[in-house]
Design a protein around this ligand. Structure first.
Ligand code: NAD
Ligand code: GLY
Length: 367
């Protein structure tokens, strides 16, 4: 694409401002991959080098176009690629990325560009947070999940064998540029992963968003993504460091992370969160903490996106896995309870009461 087309792509993109301590924009629109260089240069003044980070799948699909765009904007471009999947969100990939940054002599004025899904964004963000005690980075999400959730808010991390996201940092991107065209190559199951986080956002904060998503892939996709980003941005503005209300974004994640761990990461994050939300809705209903229609509405919405609502693990196994969760304290864990669609509350539950509570949502589980 030429400069004029790139400018048009940026001009016509939706723009949402995230009012973090250091504010930044989220751009959502078609054709932004070819404008990535101009977007990056406009927010990272003084940068001479960019390291483009992508997994092998995304690198093959969009790496050359993104690199060409960065080059055209006057940046020297290094490229780092790794095997796709959660299994690469590790200290060892992180260490290889740091070596690549040092090898390419990136300085504090330079920039990392995360092109891909949540794995790439979390990994790149963590490297950016720590390399030279912090350099700038750009999020260019290519999955629905990354667009509606992980690219916004500055949580970065890698996993340890003991559990998800156990090493990380808060580090906000300089800009988020979501090229909606990239969704055209996304497998259906991976699109569904993003629907799980989008539906979650509706359950947390906006019943009309939930209704737009409840019948499967929404007609006005960009609007739905933008609404998710607005809701997440508002929560991040009020609690950037995750000490209070940001924990609402973890609806379905305590059980979801346990499912990922127990399945040895064969269940994807979005599918695990879907199971987690359904378990929480049923458990909350059994404990009389939610409006009666909540479990059925959440289950129907998830199923209409091809997501699972039954969890293969029983309450005892889930509760044991939760002990690894970073959200727990010495004797309790904060659970997110869907009181009604559009409103959730935080409820601290003692660890020794957790299995009993979850049993209300896991009846019939095999393990
Ligand atoms: P992912 O990054 O592994 O991407 C899923 C798969 O889709 C990969 O195989 C990838 O190669 C492929 N892919 C990506 N874009 C594609 C495209 N446009 N076309 C074809 N294939 C494409 O996974 P994800 O679901 O995007 O993200 C999950 C991760 O996000 C988890 O590690 C989770 O913990 C993390 N997460 C982080 C936050 C946060 O706030 N930081 C929030 C939610 C989830
Ligand atoms: N996805 C959880 C958060 O950003 O806080």
């Amino acid at each position: 694409m030429n400069d004029r087309a790139n400018n048009a792509a940026v001009r016509t993109a939706k723009r949402i401002s995230v009012a973090a301590m250091r504010p930044y924009d989220v751009l959502i629109g078609a054709g932004l991959t070819d404008a990535l260089g101009a977007i990056t240069a406009s927010v990272c003044s003084g940068a001479a080098r960019a390291m483009l980070v992508a997994d092998d799948t995304v690198d093959a699909l969009y790496g050359d176009r993104a690199a060409a765009s960065l080059l055209a904007a006057g940046l020297a471009v290094g490229r780092f690629s790794f095997l796709h999947g959660e299994g690469s969100k590790t200290l060892s990939t992180y260490a290889r990325l740091l070596d690549a940054l040092a090898g390419a002599r990136l300085t504090r004025g330079d920039v990392l560009v995360a092109l891909g899904g949540g794995v790439t964004g979390d990994l790149t963000g963590f490297a950016a947070a720590t390399y030279l005690r912090g350099v700038r980075f750009v999020q260019a999400p290519t999955t629905l999940l990354a667009a509606v959730d992980s690219s916004v808010g500055g949580k970065t991390a890698v996993d340890l064998p003991a559990g998800k996201n156990l090493v990380g940092a808060f580090h906000q991107p300089s800009v988020v540029a979501f090229d909606t065209d990239t969704l055209s190559t996304l497998p259906d199951d991976t699109f569904a992963d993003g629907m799980a986080e989008a539906i979650k956002t509706g359950v947390i904060g906006d019943e009309s968003l939930f209704e737009r998503l409840a019948h499967g892939r929404p007609a006005a996709q960009e609007d739905a993504v933008a609404r998710c980003v607005e809701i997440k941005g508002d929560i991040v503005r009020l609690d950037e460091r995750d000490t209070g209300m940001r924990q609402l974004l973890n609806l379905g994640h305590t059980v979801g992370h346990a499912v990922e761990l127990l399945s040895n990461f064969t269940v994807s994050h979005g599918h695990a969160v879907a199971m987690g939300m359904a378990v929480m809705a049923r458990a909350a209903h059994a404990a009389d903490l939610t409006e009666p229609d909540v479990p059925a509405r959440i289950e129907a919405a998830l199923q209409n996106s091809g997501l699972p609502v039954r969890c293969p693990f029983g309450a005892e196994a889930l509760a044991r896995a939760v002990v690894q969760d970073k959200k727990r304290t010495a004797d309790g864990i904060v659970l997110v309870i869907p009181e009604r669609i559009g409103r959730c509350v935080l409820r601290t539950t003692p660890l020794d009461a957790l299995a009993g509570f979850l049993a209300g949502g896991t009846e019939g589980a095999a393990l």
